[in-house]
Design a protein around this ligand. Structure first.
Ligand SMILES: [Zn+2]
Length: 251
């Protein structure tokens, strides 16, 4: 059975917290300090070894920082999808249009058909805009595989939830490590593929993390699983399961 483990490609310096959201692109790039590129190259290496092709939901600014990296992702045969221009919160339709316009160059070059909103926070009201910009599917919700729907000719592929627990989130790979395979297998046994994702920053621990700060961790202790290096779990999962790019779900 084919399953879908995608990568959300962004930077440690792009959390949706006020102090980071106000930073300019170049300030974030300095803070990132090459980490987004290094972590992605490591992922590409792991995928190459098992000849796995998948989907990368990419933040537009990452393309501006590392254009060659995104070109390598397509050259390696992976699907390039869109994860907003600057990991933008999307409180309304105009914020999505602004985000798409800022990434015009990226969208014209790679013609992504897949979209994922930061923090899996989205709604049907955005679908007509996605359609206008050439997108064919969205994956910005949690739900059961068969709760997929089409609205304004855009298909929604929810990230896997099991008994309402969003087990497809990279958070659970951090929390459970390789044992996440038990949950995935359970879905497969009931003839259901899993749709999950990992962030590139979960693969390689930065030397000097910009986020989360120590004070953030004290007030958000549930964040700890995100700090676990999941590169071994990625290796394990792509060996164990057949992974496919999400655009193949459209067939
Ligand atoms: Zn994200």
């Amino acid at each position: 059975m084919l399953n879908y483990l995608s990568i959300d490609l962004e930077s440690w310096a792009m959390p949706n917290t006020p102090e980071f959201l106000q930073l300019k692109s170049q300030q974030k790039k300095r803070l990132d300090n090459g980490h987004a590129e290094k972590s992605t190259l490591k992922i590409l290496d792991i995928l190459q070894k098992t000849k796995t092709k998948t989907t990368f939901f990419i933040v537009g600014q990452i393309y501006q920082w590392y254009p060659k990296l995104v070109e390598k992702i397509t050259r390696d045969g992976h699907e390039v999808a869109f994860h907003t221009h600057a990991h933008d919160p999307l409180p309304d339709e105009s914020s999505l249009i602004r985000s798409l316009e800022l990434s015009k160059e990226f969208i014209q070059k790679f013609k992504p058909i897949g979209f994922r909103a930061p923090r899996i926070n989205f709604g049907k009201k955005y679908f007509p805009i996605l359609k206008k910009y050439g997108f064919k599917y969205d994956s910005s919700s949690y739900g059961e595989f068969y709760s997929q729907f089409v609205y304004k000719k855009v298909k929604e592929f929810p990230v896997s939830a099991w008994k309402k627990i969003p087990i497809g989130s990279g958070y659970f790979i951090g929390l459970l490590g390789n044992h996440i395979d038990k949950v995935y297998q359970r879905l497969n046994r009931s003839n259901t593929p899993f749709i999950s994702f990992l962030h590139n920053w979960q693969i390689l621990s930065p030397l000097k993390p910009t986020f989360p700060t120590r004070s953030y961790l004290i007030t958000h202790p549930h964040y700890f699983p995100y700090l676990k290096n999941t590169s071994k779990s990625l290796e394990y999962l792509v060996k164990k399961f057949s992974i496919s790019p999400m655009k193949n779900l459209l067939q």
